[in-house]
Design a protein around this ligand. Structure first.
Ligand code: HEC
Ligand code: HEC
Ligand code: HEC
Ligand code: HEC
Ligand code: HEC
Length: 198
């Protein structure tokens, strides 16, 4: 009896682990796929599990390969745009390459364990495999653009929380359609479906 129960427990743990692994792999490949791979805007989901997950707003918490401290950099006067160079120019803010990190860290704090990891990737010619924190479900066919927001003076913290106090970025703001529309109505920005959907 006990053995049977333990067996069942082990089985459900394996199922949960498989589910988590699959969803991670799926959300990662979803991020990699270029937008517009499906020709129409449809709220359809590839699987039932995927539909349930999105309905509940469930996303795995990313685990970063390096304990990157946003707080220490910002406290040293390094502006967001030094690293997220695309943010005022177009849709994508961008994640910096390890080449940029090494401009400072070839000598600076180069004895620290987490900085050695950066050098390790750099010296092997690899990019640091950062995990995405924000993003939309591909089935929602959202097109977002940073630049008009930065031009209109919308602060990063409105959409990303207080990154100045974070180490690695955490999803401090639940960005969904209600969140976008609420501000667009308040600031008389467009609420036309095609402004945000393709
Ligand atoms: C109006 C809301 C909003 C504002 C303001 C905003 N962001 Fe974002 N940001 C988003 C959304 C939404 C995403 C996810 C976009 C996606 O996955 O297509 C994102 C993604 C990112 C990413 C991940 C890489 C990328 O570009 O997709 C970085 C880095 C980022 N933002 C940095 C910033 C910084 C720095 C600022 C301020 C200078 C800022 N953001 C202002 C909404 C915002
Ligand atoms: C413009 C210079 C600059 C750039 C570019 C830069 N850093 Fe830093 N970094 C700093 C400074 C300054 C500190 C604080 C050092 C201290 O506390 O002594 C720091 C600290 C760190 C630390 C903490 C070290 C510790 O254990 O105290 C890590 C990890 C780190 N940086 C990783 C990165 C990564 C990864 C990148 C690229 C995405 C990067 N840095 C880009 C200047 C920079
Ligand atoms: C200001 C931007 C914005 C506008 C305008 C907007 N949406 Fe959205 N919509 C979003 C965002 C963001 C999401 C959520 C994406 C996510 O959670 O991954 C979303 C999600 C949706 C979804 C759910 C899709 C899914 O698979 O979960 C539907 C359906 C939808 N929008 C339809 C519409 C329609 C119809 C209109 C016009 C009346 C509209 N939207 C206008 C930003 C917008
Ligand atoms: C020294 C470089 C550096 C600076 C300065 C910096 N960031 Fe980042 N940022 C990173 C790195 C590296 C990552 C990837 C690791 C992570 O997610 O924390 C990242 C990730 C992010 C993400 C999550 C992107 C996603 O969806 O995966 C957001 C949002 C973000 N940064 C916002 C900001 C804001 C806002 C500021 C200024 C207050 C800022 N960053 C300053 C290097 C930097
Ligand atoms: C805190 C306020 C705020 C939030 C939140 C916000 N926006 Fe905006 N958005 C604006 C403002 C202000 C503009 C600029 C309007 C202008 O230039 O006339 C804008 C412009 C845009 C534009 C460009 C419209 C055009 O006509 O070129 C798009 C696309 C857009 N937003 C999508 C989104 C999406 C998608 C979200 C949610 C992920 C979002 N916005 C969240 C305030 C916001």
């Amino acid at each position: 009896m006990l053995q049977h129960r333990l067996g069942a427990l082990a089985f459900s743990l394996v199922s949960v682990a498989t589910f988590l692994l699959c969803s991670c792999a799926r959300s990662r490949s979803a991020n990699d796929s270029s937008p517009g791979s499906e020709p129409f805007f449809t709220p359809a989901h590839p699987t039932v599990a995927n539909a349930v997950k999105e309905f509940l707003g469930w996303r795995a918490t990313p685990i970063q390969p390096i304990a990157f401290p946003h707080n220490k950099h910002i406290a040293n006067g390094i502006a967001c745009m030094v690293c997220h160079t695309g943010v005022s120019k177009g849709p994508v803010a961008g994640i910096p390459s390890d080449k940029l990190c090494m401009r400072c860290h070839e000598f600076l704090a180069s004895d620290r364990a987490e900085v050695k990891k950066v050098a390790g990737y750099f010296n092997s010619g690899l990019d640091v495999p950062w995990q995405r924190v924000y993003g939309f479900s591909p089935s929602a066919h959202v097109k977002f653009n940073h630049a008009p927001h930065i031009r209109a003076g919308v602060d990063c913290s409105r959409c990303h929380g207080d990154v100045t106090n974070m180490t690695v970025a955490v999803r401090a703001v639940q960005i969904n359609m209600g969140f976008c529309l609420g501000c667009h109505r308040a600031q008389q920005a467009s609420t036309d479906c095609v402004t945000c959907h393709f």
